[in-house]
Design a protein around this ligand. Structure first.
Ligand code: FAD
Length: 318
C-alpha cells in the first residue's frame, strides 16, 4: 500500500516537483491500482452497455470491480446476477455491494451465503439510504442498524474481504467530522480492510481527510472514489444527498455545454484526470472509479496515469 502516511516524504516531494516541471502526464509508469464500480442494468440494452464496458476495462487489470445494490434491496437479484457473471466470465475479482435497508439479519445472511457459494469473496458493506429522499434511516426491527454492525455480521458468516464507505466531506447524518471518523474506525475495527470514499472534487479534501483519519488512528487503505462528471446538474442533485460539494468553478466549466455532449466528455476527463494526477503526486496509488457503466472516461484517465492493457482476454483466459 503506498498511500501517503505521515509527513511528506522525499519521493513525494520529488514527484510533486516533477509534476510541475514536466508535462503533467509525462512518464507515469502505471503503478497505480485501479478498481471500477458498476450498477446492475435494468434492460437488455443497458446490460450490453455494461458488458461492453467491463470488457473494455478488463485489460487494465483492475484489482476488483464492484456492483452496487439498489435502494432497499431493489436490485438484489440483478446485483447477484451481474456480480456472478463478472466472476464467471472474466478474470477480474468481483465485489458485491450490500446494504442493511429493509432487510433482517437472516435475509442478509441468505444473500451473503449465496455470494459465498457463487465464489464471491469481497463485499462492499454499507448501511444504505432510506427508500425516499429526505427520510431518516430507520433500521429493520430485526436488522443491522449501521454498516459497522453489518461488517461484524458478515465476518461471522464467512471470512469475506470487506470494503466500506468513507466521506472526505463528512456524511450528512454525522454530527461532526470526528463522529464520522469514529464510525469509520468502528467499521474497520469490525473487520473491513479498506475504505472507498464518496466522490469529491479537490485533492485537498482527500488529503485533509487522510490526515484526519491518521490522527484518529485509522491506518487502513483509503481509496479515493473518482467520479468523472459529464453532467453537472445530475451530479449536483446526487452530491446534495451525500455531503459532497461541487465547487463553483465546476459549474462554470460546464456552463453553456448542454448541447455539446462531446465537449462535456472531454472536460469531464480533463477535470478528473487532473484530480487523479494531484492525488498521485501526493502519494496515492489506488483509485476507484464510479463508471456509471461507461468505460471511456475511466479508461482515458487510467491511460493518462500510465495504465496499459495487460494481455488480451484470450491470453488471460488460457
Ligand atoms: C463507495 C460507496 C459505495 C456505495 N454503494 C452503495 C450501494 O451500492 N447502495 C446504496 O444503497 N448505497 C450505497 N452507498 C451510499 C451509502 O449507502 C450511504 O452513503 C448511506 O447513507 C451511508 O452508508 P454507510 O455505509 O456509510 O453507513 P454508516 O457507516 O453506518 O454511517 C451512516 C451514518 O451514521 C453515522 N453513524 C453510524 N453509526 C453511528 C454511531 N454508533 N454513532 C453515531 N453515528 C453513527 C455515521 O457517522 C454516518 O453519518 C455507497 C457509498 C459509497 C461511499
Amino acid at each position: 500500500m503506498t498511500n501517503q502516511k505521515g509527513p511528506i516524504g522525499l519521493s513525494q516531494l520529488e514527484e510533486a516537483k516533477r509534476a510541475l516541471d514536466v508535462p503533467l502526464f509525462a512518464g507515469l509508469n502505471g503503478d497505480a491500482d485501479v478498481s471500477f464500480e458498476f450498477f446492475p442494468p435494468k434492460s437488455e440494452k443497458m446490460e450490453k452497455t455494461l458488458w461492453d464496458s467491463v470488457i473494455t476495462l478488463e485489460p487494465l487489470n483492475p484489482r476488483f470491480v464492484s456492483v452496487t445494490y439498489g435502494a432497499g434491496g431493489s436490485t438484489r437479484e440483478r446485483t447477484h446476477a451481474t456480480v456472478a457473471r463478472i466472476a464467471s466470465e472474466t478474470n477480474i475479482p468481483a465485489a458485491a455491494h450490500l446494504t442493511c435497508v429493509d432487510a433482517s439479519k437472516a435475509e442478509i445472511a441468505e444473500v451473503a451465503e449465496a455470494y459465498w457459494e457463487a465464489g464471491i469473496r469481497h463485499i462492499v458493506a454499507l448501511r444504505g439510504d432510506p427508500p425516499a429522499e429526505g427520510q431518516v434511516f430507520v433500521p429493520h426491527p430485526e436488522g443491522y442498524a449501521s454498516a459497522a454492525e453489518l461488517v461484524a455480521g458478515l465476518k461471522a458468516i464467512a471470512p469475506f474481504e470487506i470494503s466500506v464507505a468513507a466521506y472526505p466531506e463528512t456524511h450528512p447524518d454525522a454530527d461532526c467530522p470526528q463522529t464520522d471518523l469514529d464510525n469509520l474506525k468502528r467499521k474497520l475495527d469490525a473487520g473491513a480492510s479498506r475504505a472507498i470514499t464518496q466522490f469529491f472534487f479537490t485533492a485537498e479534501a482527500f488529503f485533509k481527510f487522510q490526515d484526519a483519519a491518521l490522527k484518529a488512528g485509522i491506518d487502513a487503505e483509503l481509496v479515493p472514489g473518482i467520479l468523472p462528471v459529464s453532467n453537472v446538474a445530475q451530479t449536483r442533485k446526487f452530491a446534495g444527498m451525500c455531503g459532497a460539494e461541487i465547487p463553483a468553478w465546476m459549474n462554470d466549466l460546464f456552463e453553456g455545454l448542454d448541447d455539446h455532449p462531446a465537449a462535456r466528455q472531454l472536460i469531464a476527463a480533463t477535470v478528473a484526470a487532473e484530480l487523479c494526477r494531484k492525488l498521485y503526486a501526493g502519494g496515492v496509488r489506488q483509485f476507484h472509479f464510479y463508471t456509471l457503466n461507461r468505460a471511456e472516461l475511466s479508461y482515458a484517465i487510467c491511460h493518462l496515469l500510465g495504465k496499459r492493457p495487460v494481455g488480451s482476454r484470450q491470453e488471460k483466459a488460457a
